[in-house]
Design a protein around this ligand. Structure first.
Ligand SMILES: C[S@@+](CC[C@H](N)C(=O)[O-])C[C@H]1O[C@@H](n2cnc3c(N)ncnc32)[C@H](O)[C@@H]1O
Length: 257
């Protein structure tokens, strides 16, 4: 009788996990030393004395989440000699400045929706900066290897950008709606090559139940797996909110635009 009741209310049936592929493919990495080993990276990022990395918004930021994020993002920029780096979602430009300083031979093309178009830019938008605010930090830091793009990714095409070769590193951190994460990544993949790195911010499958914008970023990545646009591992540095994916040889032709 007890089991019949449980079954009737669906409690005995295994529930389909909406993040099945993401959870199956995400490998938790203990620390930066292990990440460097996995990626064949030699150089360490220089993050001492950067105040904003120690900001604390949520309890989940407790274990220096922002420092962990920067370790992944900046290591991707200071190893492998990237020439073309793309950031989707400039905001104040703090991460832009970090990337530019860690890849002095690259151009960091950073894109943000213009304020007057914000209503067309999706729902899960965490920050709507004014024109003056967009990129303030990299301008104040005097970075000369940054190129600002003002566009809505819903209508933007990387094919019109004057990139110097394929995209080597992409940091995707614009609108967090699943459809935007999916479409932004799909567009970026179209300009990548095997070995290119894609990093998603707010990617932390273990926190998807806690923050709806993390759930929607993970859902966008899940769809990329389901449609075969990405395959293989995403590395996730413990306590960070960044997913790191290296474009493998076997799927990059499928990158449809
Ligand atoms: C979370 S913030 C980016 C933070 C930044 N990458 C950093 O690490 O400091 C997201 C940014 O994406 C921008 N954004 C939102 N929707 C967008 C869209 N559809 N196209 C382009 N930018 C968008 C927002 O205006 C906001 O500045």
């Amino acid at each position: 009788m007890f089991y019949t009741l449980l079954d009737r209310f669906g409690l005995l049936r295994p529930t389909a996990d909406p993040l099945h592929h993401v959870r199956r493919n995400t490998l938790e990495v203990r620390d930066l030393a292990c990440l460097k080993l996995a990626m064949g990276w030699w150089h360490d990022p220089r993050l001492d004395g950067i105040e904003h990395l120690h900001r604390f918004d949520y309890l989940e930021d407790l274990n220096e989440r922002r420092v962990r994020d920067a370790e992944v993002i900046c290591s991707a920029c200071c190893n492998g000699e990237p020439k073309t780096i793309v950031e989707i979602g400039t905001a104040a430009g703090e991460t832009t400045a970090l990337m530019a300083k860690h890849a002095l031979h690259a151009i960091v093309h950073t894109l943000n929706i213009p304020p007057e178009e914000i209503a067309d830019g999706g729902k899960a938008v965490t920050y709507a900066p004014t024109c003056d605010e967009i990129g303030r930090a990299y301008r104040e830091a005097g970075c000369t290897n940054v190129r600002q793009i003002l566009a809505n990714t819903a209508t933007w095409s990387p094919d019109r950008e004057p990139f110097d070769g394929p995209i080597d590193v992409a940091f995707i951190d614009g609108c967090h709606d699943a459809d935007f994460v999916y479409n932004d990544t799909r567009k970026i993949l179209g300009r990548c090559q095997p070995g290119s790195l894609i990093l998603w911010h707010d990617f932390a499958p273990q926190l998807a139940h806690q923050f709806d914008w993390i759930a929607s970023v993970c859902a966008g990545v899940e769809r990329l797996y389901r449609e075969g646009l990405i395959c293989g591992r995403i590395l996730h540095l413990q306590d960070s909110w960044v997913g790191l994916y290296r474009v493998p040889d076997n799927v990059w032709q499928k990158k449809a635009a």
